[in-house]
Design a protein around this ligand. Structure first.
Ligand SMILES: [Zn+2]
Length: 111
């Protein structure tokens, strides 16, 4: 497997504002939509995953966007550091939206 081996420095930042400022520049590489087979790629009511590249760090980040529909709709984004496109595919197959938040042990940022 070809490894990308670059890591976005947002995962080293501790301030959510700085994390957000850094991560908002991510450029989509591949859009996975809301499902991978039977696997829901979001939590709550709606959402999707996108593999993105950080232009500053040249690193790959898998993003899961989720929406909660209620009196006030809420939006959540989870960012996962991945080394390769293959690793992102593996995570989509292995973890649904809830499991990637609760069972996956890799690096992540919740915003
Ligand atoms: Zn970065």
């Amino acid at each position: 497997m070809r490894k990308h081996k670059k890591r976005c420095r947002a995962f080293d930042l501790r301030d959510p504002v700085l994390q957000y400022r850094h991560l908002k520049n991510l450029v989509p590489v591949e859009r996975y939509g809301s499902f991978c087979g039977e696997n829901m790629l979001f939590t709550w009511d709606d959402g999707y995953r996108i593999l993105s590249r950080c232009p500053e760090c040249d690193a790959l980040v898998l993003i899961q966007h989720s929406e909660y529909h209620g009196a006030n709709d809420s939006y959540y984004s989870d960012y996962f550091a991945v080394d390769s496109v293959e690793e992102a595919h593996m995570l989509n197959k292995k973890y649904n939206g809830w499991d990637i938040e609760t069972k996956y042990k890799g690096e992540r940022i919740y915003l």
